[in-house]
Design a protein around this ligand. Sequence first.
Ligand code: WTA
Length: 644
Amino acid sequence: MSDVKTYPVPASAANAHINKAQYDAMYARSVNEPEAFYREQAEQFLTFSTPFTQVCDYDMTKGEASWFTGGKLNVTVNCIDRHLPKRANQTAIIWEGDDPSVDKHITYAELHEQVCRLANVMRERGVKKGDRVCIYMPMIPEAAYAMLACARVGAIHSVVFGGFSPDALKDRILDSDCRVLITADEGLRGGKAVPLKANADKALASCPNTHTCLVVKRTGGKVNWTEGRDIWYGDAVAAAASNAEPEMMDAEDPLFILYTSGSTGKPKGVLHTTAGYLLHTAMSFKYTFDYKEGDIYWCTADVGWVTGHSYIVYGPLCNGATTLMFEGVPTYPSASRCWDVVDKHKVNQFYTAPTAIRALMGAGNDFVTKSSRKTLRVLGTVGEPINPEAWEWYYHVVGEGRCPIVDTWWQTETGGHMLTPLPGATATKPGSATLPFFGVQPVLLDAEGKEITGAGEGSLAIKASWPSQIRTVYGDHQRMIDTYFSTYKGYYFTGDGARRDEDGYYWITGRVDDVLNVSGHRMGTAEIESALVLHDKVAEAAVVGYPHDIKGQGIYCYVTLMAGTEPSDELKKELVALCNKEIGPIAKPDVIQWAPGLPKTRSGKIMRRILRKIAANEIDSLGDTSTLAEPAVVDELISNRANK
Ligand code: WTA
C-alpha cells in the first residue's frame, strides 16, 4: 500500500480542541490511568445529583461492566435543564422539513417544555421507570421529544426505524414488551408519504399489551382510529402540564434498547445504560467533530439507527449544542439539497454515510460547486468503509481541501465512536478510520486468538471496557455473552476484520460474519433467508453480499425451488415482496439467482465463501472446493450467475 496518501491536519484545524500532542497525552492517560481520566471527564461532561463512588468495574471474560456506580443522574437534566440558565433562548434543534421551504427552530426552553409535557402524558398513561416505550417515527422533532420524555420518566425507549415493515415492528414491540407506542399519521420523505400509523395498526393487531398509541399529526393524511388506545399526541401534550420532575436514575439503569442485526437469528435488542453511554457520546461528539460554542452541527442519519441516537440527540444536546434534524433525503428535490441546507443554516459540521457520498458524487460536481459551503469546518462519515475515491471527492470537492474528514468506526453495540481521527490531531489517510478514541483499546487477533503486534491483519476486538459498552441483549443475556464475549475469551469481539499499518492506523476490511451492510444499514443474511423460505415454493435460500457501487453491498440471493416448481419473473417479484413485508424496503434483494443446488460440505453446511466469490464474479479465486459434497453445483451456479 505504498501509494496511500496521507493528508496532514489542515491549517483550518489549527485551533481545534485537541492537537496531536494533546491526543497522545490524553490517550496514554485514558488507557494507563483510566480511573483518573474518566473521573475528570465525567466531572467535565456530566452533572450527577448523587456523586458516583466508583469509576468502573468490569470483567471482559464475562462481558460485565459497570461505570460510575453509585451515581444518580437524569439524562434530560444533562441534555436540557442544566443548559437553561445560559441557553434558554439558544436553538437546540433546527428542523429542516422534507419540503425545502419548511423549517423550524426549537430553543432549549421550548425543548424543555415539550419534553416535560410529553413526560406528563406518558405518566398519565401509567408509564414509569423501567417500562418500555416503542418509538416509530419520521424525522420530526417529536421523535427527539419522545426519546427524551422517556428518559425524563425513566422509561426505556426502543426506537424502530420508520422504514421497517409492520411485521418487523411487531417483533420488536413484542420482544421488549412495549406498552406504549409513539408514532405519526404519516412520514414524508422525498415528497412521498410513508404510512406509519397504518403500519402501526397492523403491528398492534398482534400486540395485546400495548395499551396506548400516541399519534403525531404530521401530514393530516387519513388514519384509522382505535378508541381508547389511540390518542392524538398534539391534543394530549397541549392539555398536559409544562413541567415534569425528572426521575433520578442509577448510573447503570437502562436508557434504551436498539434492535440490530447479527449473523444468526432475529435482531438483538442491544441495551445501553445511563451515565457511561451519555459520557462517551458527549465526549466523542465534542472531540471528534471539534464542536465549539455556537457551531451548527448536522448529522443526516435517521433516529432509528444508533447514529441518530448518539449523534443527533444525546451527544449534541449533552454539550448544549445546536443539532440539525433533517426529515428528507439527500437527493430531493435535487442532488444539491445537502449543500443548500448547509448554506441555509450555516452548518459547520456535516456527518453522513459513504453511500450518500457515493450517490452525490455520481450526480456530478455541479450540484456541489454551485453552493458556497464556506461555513463547513469538519466532514464526517460513518456506517461502512469509505472507498478512497469517495473520500477524495468528499475532501476536495465538498470540503475544498479545507475540512478534515473524520471517518468514524463504531457499532450499535459500542454506543459511540471507537476509531476515528480527531480534526486537529490526526493526519488522515483516505479509507482509514485511523486511531482509537480515548479509552478504547483495539487489538487484532489471529486465527488462534492471539494478539497481533505491529502491522498486520486480523479480527478486530477490544480488550478493555469503555463507558458506552453494550450491557446486555434485552431478555437474553446469554446471547450477548455468546455473541460478543465468547469468540475470543477476555475480549469484546466486533465482528469486523481490520488491518493495521506501520503507523498504527486501522483499516476496516468489513464484517467477518454473515452480516451485510447495505447503504450503511445493517442486516443479517439469516433474516433475509428466513423471509425467502417462508414462500411455499422455496426449498432453500442462501444470501450473500456483493460489491455495489452506490450501496457498498448489494443483496444477492441464491434460491432453490421445491421440486417441480418452475422459476419465473413473477416468482421473483413475489420473493421481493416477501422480503419487503417481513423486513422492509431496505431488505430488497438486488439479485435472485435460481440455484438447483447449493454448494455444501459433506456435513451439510452451506459454503458461503464460494457463494460470495460467485456473486462478486471472482471465479478465478474460488479457493479449495475439495470438501464439497457435490462440486458440480458450483459449475452450474457459475455458468448461470447473474449479470449485474
Ligand atoms: C460498519 C453504525 C468501516 C462495521 C454506527 C460495523 C464501518 C457496522 C464504519 C456497525 C466505518 C461502521 N468504516 N465500517 N467508519 N462504521 N461500520 O451497528 O462493519 O449500524 O461493524 O453502527 O458498520 O453498524 P451499526
